[in-house]
Design a protein around this ligand. Structure first.
Ligand code: PBG
Length: 325
């Protein structure tokens, strides 16, 4: 055999490596998730997510300004209400903490893309993502009408994209119809299409006070043994009018991201979830990993798998690193 093939030729120096690099990671690919809480006046650190906070509406300004300054152009808002009830009624209040936050951001930072999470889990007293029947199963269709009201409230407040994450069947269709009927034809739907019943959501549930009081989410979130089912979910959501779809979590699901990217022509968002962030933070705090290098590797790998955009709690730090701050 001739020894003419030498892949190392293209690895001689960083500028040459740059010419042959197949993917890139820039702050413009990132979405920063934020928790906005009703009834607090100062930011509250989230112990399970070091460096992340629950914020009063007023403190969203500082976050928005920092995002724009470092080139992260999008926020994903999660709300934590002061009180919860069995049907999550606060979720669609015009005065919900998310509606207030969106109005404020939209008015002050017109260049920022505002995305809202549309799910009931942090608004229901039982912590499930939907409304329960008497036998404690989630009522899919009643939940959808509440999700649609919530989405319309967010649209009216000024959200550019609503992101339904409850994993109810037909949630995209019902939300699309409600948005259009209310005149919000330009508000997009970023569907959490392939959302798995994952053990990586633990730190988020502590942050959002949204752990189910009993049972789990396995009757609505996906079984992590399946990837074809993810394609089926995406197919339905695209048919129902999703503008972009999501795979969640990201790191243990790169094969799913790859498959969705290969099969569909819609943007694929990947959610680098709370447990993925917390693992890296915990190891880095012990000096076991080089945080910066590991995070850049993980996020680049998610892009390589096929993600258009990445939702990550590391967004601001990454933007700083990429800009050499
Ligand atoms: C709400 C929701 C969850 C996450 C995003 N939206 C939690 C859950 O399904 O329990 C998780 C995000 C994260 O872990 O970072 N349904």
């Amino acid at each position: 055999m001739m020894h003419s093939h030498r892949p190392r030729r293209l690895r001689q120096l960083p500028t040459l490596q740059g010419l042959v690099a197949e993917v890139d990671l820039t702050p413009s690919h990132l979405v920063y998730p934020v928790f906005v809480e009703e009834g607090i006046s100062e930011k509250v650190p989230i112990p399970s997510l070091p460096g992340q906070y629950r914020l009063p509406v007023e403190l969203l300004d500082a976050v928005a300004e920092e995002c724009l300054r470092v080139g992260v152009g999008a926020l994903l808002l999660f709300g934590i209400p002061a009180s919860k009830d069995d049907e999550g009624r606060n979720a669609y209040s015009e005065e919900s903490v998310v509606a207030r936050g969106v109005r404020r951001l939209r008015e002050r930072y017109p260049q920022l893309t505002i995305i809202t999470d549309v799910c009931l889990c942090s608004y229901t007293s039982h912590g499930h993502c939907g409304i329960l029947n008497r036998n404690h199963t989630v009522d899919n269709d009643r939940t959808n009408s509440v999700l649609a009201r919530m989405a319309v409230t967010h649209a009216r407040a000024g959200a550019h994209l609503v992101a339904p994450s409850a994993m109810m069947d037909h949630q995209v269709a019902v939300i699309r119809e409600a948005l259009d009927a209310a005149g919000f034809t330009d508000v997009g739907i970023l569907s959490y299409s392939a959302k798995y019943r994952s053990n990586f959501y633990g730190p988020f549930r502590e942050a959002a006070h949204s752990a189910p009081a009993y049972g789990d989410r396995s009757t609505y979130q996906m079984d992590f043994r399946n990837w074809r089912e993810a394609l089926r979910e995406v197919e339905l959501d695209v048919a129902e009018g999703a503008d972009a779809v999501m795979v969640k979590p990201a790191l243990a699901y790169l094969d799913v991201i790859r498959a969705v990217r290969a099969h569909f022509n819609v943007p694929v968002f990947a959610y680098n979830v709370s447990g993925e962030y917390a693992m890296v933070k915990a190891a880095a705090a012990r000096g076991w990993l080089d945080e910066r290098e590991v995070v850049l590797e993980i996020l680049t790998a998610i892009r390589r798998a096929g993600a258009t955009a990445i939702i990550t709690y590391h967004a601001l730090e990454v933007a700083h690193w990429l800009r050499g701050y």
